[in-house]
Design a protein around this ligand. Structure first.
Ligand SMILES: [Zn+2]
Length: 142
């Protein structure tokens, strides 16, 4: 399997609803986000996904949130802007905009609120190893 990742940073403010603690008050973060694509095959150029293309798609989503107050920006005007929900939002938006090499897919999005705290949303792989048939052909020598 090949994996390709790109990272980006952005700054945004938020507060958490239905939460008791200091994060219920408005505050800001310098977020870091890492997007990873995973797949078994490369294209003719030897790429899993073009870094430039992956960054372009990531930046389209980052630009919606950079230097904004997240609680004012859809969907976080309704969905709580926790790191977990943000990771899933980035995952869904980036997957929609991306066309990687055959068989490749967006694997995970990891977002750091601080240097020491991060949340990850990962592609659910229903047939990881023990699927109900159809996966035997994936097991090859080596
Ligand atoms: Zn926060």
């Amino acid at each position: 399997m090949f994996e390709v990742s790109v990272e980006e940073t952005f700054a945004a403010g938020h507060f958490l609803r239905q939460y008791r603690g200091k994060c219920e008050n408005p505050h800001g973060h310098n977020y870091k986000i890492r997007v990873t694509v995973r797949g078994p095959e490369l294209d003719e150029a030897g790429l899993l996904v073009d870094f430039v293309e992956l960054k372009r798609v990531l930046n389209q989503v980052v630009e919606r949130l950079d230097h904004r107050f997240l609680n004012d920006v859809a969907p976080f005007d309704v969905v709580n802007p926790s790191a977990e929900n943000m990771a899933k939002y980035f995952f869904d938006e980036i997957r929609r905009g991306l066309t990687p090499a055959r068989g490749a897919e967006l694997d995970e999005v990891k977002i750091w609120e601080t240097d020491t705290s991060c949340a990850t949303y990962r592609s659910p792989r229903q047939s990881a190893g023990s699927g109900p048939g159809g996966s035997a052909h994936e097991i090859t020598e080596g």
